[in-house]
Design a protein around this ligand. Structure first.
Ligand code: 26V
Length: 823
């Protein structure tokens, strides 16, 4: 087999990557591409110039990589995701390519500096939270491990909204990330596919068989934008292809000819709205026609592209499962099952049975949530109108599937009703999760507990039918971003002791364990954390005008704001600490800064109330001159770049979801890897983190998933908890009676009423044990050396949670590729 090096050697003159060559390219790009005089260039001009210099080198490597994959006839993996939460790309590219140092020097000589110009880059925030960030980590891993993996998604004109905080409340601003142009993308105006919506079916017979033509309706063009993604420390560059919607012909000629210019323009705008904006919900199904159109739009273009490439390489369609694996990132792209069937049956005229075998052989599906409100369903009537042929195909899939069910469970009509892809119980709805499970050969949950719960509850009937289809693949994170880049001082310290193999083999970190007994190493580790805390404190001062002391314990909860993640439980603890200070009962209490960051879905009223409450509490607590122990900070506009600053500075990581609700969590992994201790429930990947770091090195509290289920069955009575704990009662009363909102005392009446009556996440039930666990945190923190040892053991033992392990598991257990020998 050829290697990338061999293919590279075929090329006569790859661009040199030393300091002088980079300097030359940067200056050239500044003058000729950006069009600026080096003497008057702004930071942004320099940013663009450097980015152009880097991308020239990336795209060369991309070509070699493509050539190699084409020549070697490798099986390709396609990751279909509505979201990619990538963040900034410049530093990532420089570090992956090994250009970081020479680039710093080149810029220095050009009279500017990298640190300032990187701040000018916008985050590529094409995702909501965990699911989107996981997709970005997976791309990094596939490229770094030389897997032939392609991402497909949508090039949203506007990504995740910017969060402002005004008078304590979240306000949303549009994310115009493309305003200054995007040097990281390659528009491919020749790579276009038509995507049809609406219209009707025409039936005709061919050799006695019914055939369908989907006619009329509206056609939109999907145009490709390529985002090459370089691997770390190799010459491999994979590709993320994002689709933008364009009007069929820039203006509809018919309207033009009829003289209706305005109508022509209007239709153009309407088609192009499909890729305009990312839906900012991450826990409730949206059910909007435009969302369905987004899903089908990117799926149809991607499947057409995948089939085109397969045929173009000279393979027959029967070879599709041998050469292609497609991963569905949640149900958002699940319509792909019907789309591939449509292409195979209608366009390529394969018999149904053969098409179905191919489809099932190609797809697999990852589930990312158990929350019933996040499970996608589409009204049959809507699906029929927007995608008439797909609705018909779904009926046919369901017909064959339910026959299999009846065959396996004779006489059990109930299971047929429960398993059907069509839910008949609340108006007729297409269950996208069922379509995804039926159309896939593998289904995975994202942590051990999560997969268990899938098998026991959500997909129990499917599990009884096809037990071997279900696997657990615990999530991971890329150490390149979340340790090497975000925490360069810790990375350097680690490398000094164990070398730098850990960047591609995170299990190497276990070699740090003996260092725990080395006072000098401990001192180094402590200094790194201290510097990271000082850095964060400086940013908080600069952006929010609040002084926080790096001596305090930095207690961090950073994630989407959602009831199930229980930021409210954290707030109740903050108020409890504050009351102890006010009562003079806090002699033992460690000074603490509780940091929150996260966005609420704009339509999620209660989550927005929670943000407002955090800010109201912060206002009172931070301004009380008698309080020298407890501060509260809400850092606005949480995104990948902000995460990379907060995480290395954290002492304590809050992972306090109601057990059984957080599928995995990945922020928990990032924080523990960077030496924060976790306070958490036995939920999601926390369970596996406890196993890895050891139960002495984590603070576990509260009900486990079984206890939660039991309490639900028995009937949760929040009032009992309220009555039984005086400190809890006091904290709740203060919020309810307007202590933190004197201008509007009734502001949180409803919120507290809700906690006391029907809160499904049972915040009050876990309060007491949570406060106890925090007392253990305080006690440990008072012994800095003991704390430090545990923090270091966390870092040393987190190797398992590398995304590279996750991706290798997918490769072997799901995609059927053996990546050995690919470097
Ligand atoms: C859900 C929905 C619901 C339908 C409408 C639009 C929409 C958009 C995004 C989502 C994503 C929710 C699922 C999600 O982000 N799950 C998170 O996935 C992480 C990666 O597996 C995991 O670590 C988190 O625990 C899980 O909440």
């Amino acid at each position: 087999m050829k290697t990338l090096e061999m293919v590279h050697e075929q090329d006569p003159q790859p661009l040199p990557c030393d300091k002088d060559a980079l300097k030359e390219s940067i200056r050239d790009a500044l003058i000729h591409a950006v069009g600026k005089d080096p003497r008057s260039a702004t930071h942004r001009d320099w940013l663009h110039a450097v980015s152009y210099a880097v991308r020239e080198r990336i795209i060369e490597r991309r070509m070699y990589t493509k050539r190699l994959f084409d020549q070697e006839q490798v099986k390709r993996v396609y990751y279909l995701s509505m979201e990619y939460l990538i963040g900034r790309m410049l530093v990532n590219s420089l570090m992956n390519l090994g250009f970081y140092e020479p680039c710093c020097e080149a810029l220095e000589e050009l009279g500017t500096n990298l640190h300032e110009i990187v701040e000018m880059e916008s985050d590529a925030a094409l995702g909501n939270g965990g699911l989107g960030r996981l997709a970005a980590c997976i791309l990094d891993s596939m490229a770094s491990q030389c897997l032939p993996g392609y991402g497909y998604g949508i090039r949203y004109e506007f990504g995740m909204f910017h969060q402002g905080i005004e008078h304590g409340e979240q306000v949303e601003h549009p994310d115009n990330w493309l305003r200054y142009g995007n040097p990281w993308e390659f528009p491919r105006p020749e790579k276009i596919y038509p995507v049809r919506f609406y219209g009707y079916l025409v039936e005709h017979r061919e050799r006695g068989e019914p055939r369908y033509h989907w006619e009329d309706g509206e056609e939109v063009i999907a145009m490709a934008y390529d985002f090459p993604t370089p691997g770390y420390g190799n010459k491999n560059v994979n590709n993320l292809r994002l689709w933008a919607a364009k009007a069929t012909r820039d203006f509809d000629l018919d309207y033009f000819n009829e003289g209706d210019y305005i109508r022509a323009v209007q239709e153009k705008i309407e088609s192009e709205t499909i890729s305009m904006v990312l839906y900012p919900n991450d826990a409730t199904a949206i059910g909007r026609e435009l969302r369905l159109k987004q899903e089908y739009f990117f799926v149809s273009a991607s499947i057409q592209d995948i089939v085109f490439r397969h045929l173009d390489l000279g393979h027959g369609l029967d070879k599709l499962p041998e050469m292609v694996a497609i991963q569905l990132n949640d149900t958002h792209p699940a319509i792909a099952v019907a789309e591939l069937m449509r292409l195979l049956v209608d366009t390529h005229e394969l018999p149904w049975r053969q098409a179905w075998a191919i489809t099932q052989g190609v797809f697999s599906y990852t589930n990312h949530t158990l929350m019933p409100e996040a499970l996608e369903t589409w009204p049959v009537a809507l699906m029929e109108r927007v995608l008439p042929r797909h609705m018909q195909i779904i009926y046919d899939i369901n017909f064959h599937f339910l026959n299999e069910v009846r065959h396996n469970f004779p006489g059990d009509n109930d299971i047929v009703r429960r398993l059907s892809i069509i839910d008949e119980s609340q108006g007729r709805q297409v269950r996208m999760a069922h379509l995804a499970v039926v159309g896939s050969h593998m289904v995975n949950g994202v942590a051990a507990l999560h997969t268990d719960l899938l098998k026991k509850h959500l997909f129990n009937d499917f599990y009884r039918l096809w037990p071997s289809r279900f696997v657990s693949i615990t999530n991971g994170i890329t150490p390149r971003l979340w340790l090497n880049q975000a925490n360069p001082d810790l990375a350097a310290l680690i490398t000094r002791h164990i070398g730098d193999d850990w960047t591609m083999d995170l299990s190497q970190l276990q070699r740090l364990e003996p260092q725990v007994n080395d006072a000098q190493f401990r001192e180094g580790f402590a200094q790194v954390k201290r510097r990271n805390k000082e850095h964060l404190a400086a940013l908080v001062k600069q952006h929010m005008g609040i002084t926080i002391s790096p001596d305090a314990l930095f207690d961090v909860q950073i994630k989407r704001i959602h009831e199930y993640k229980r930021q409210l439980l954290n707030v109740l603890h903050v108020i409890t600490c504050y009351n102890r200070v006010r009562d003079g009962r806090a002699k033992e209490q460690v000074p603490r800064v509780t940091l929150f960051a996260g966005k609420a879905a704009p339509s999620y009223v209660r989550a927005k109330q929670i943000i407002r409450l955090i800010n109201d509490v912060a206002d009172v607590v931070n301004h009380d001159p008698a309080n020298d122990k407890q501060q509260v900070i809400f850092i606005p506009n949480y995104d990948v770049s902000t995460a990379a600053v907060i995480i290395p500075a954290a002492d304590l990581s809050e992972q306090i979801s109601t057990a059984g609700t957080e599928a995995s969590g990945t922020g928990n992994m990032k924080l523990a890897l960077n030496g924060a201790l976790t306070i958490g429930t036995l939920d999601g990947a926390n369970i596996e983190i406890r196993e890895a770091v050891g139960e002495d090195n984590i603070f576990i509290f509260g009900m486990n998933a079984d206890a939660v289920a039991q309490l639900k069955r028995d009937g949760y009575r929040p009032w009992d908890f309220y009555a039984a704990n005086e400190e809890l009662r006091r904290a709740l009363d203060m919020i309810r009676d307007g202590f933190f909102s004197p201008q509007e005392p009734g502001r949180y009446h409803d919120l507290i009423h809700h906690l006391l009556t029907e809160d499904q996440y049972m915040v009050l039930a876990d309060y007491e044990d949570y406060v106890r666990a925090h007392e253990a945190v305080d006690a440990l923190y008072r012994n800095q050396e003991a704390w430090l040892r545990k923090a270091m053991l966390n870092t040393a033992r987190m190797g398992y949670f590398s995304i590279d392990r996750t991706v290798m598991q997918y490769a072997r257990e799901v995609w059927g590729i053996s990546p050995e020998g690919w470097v």
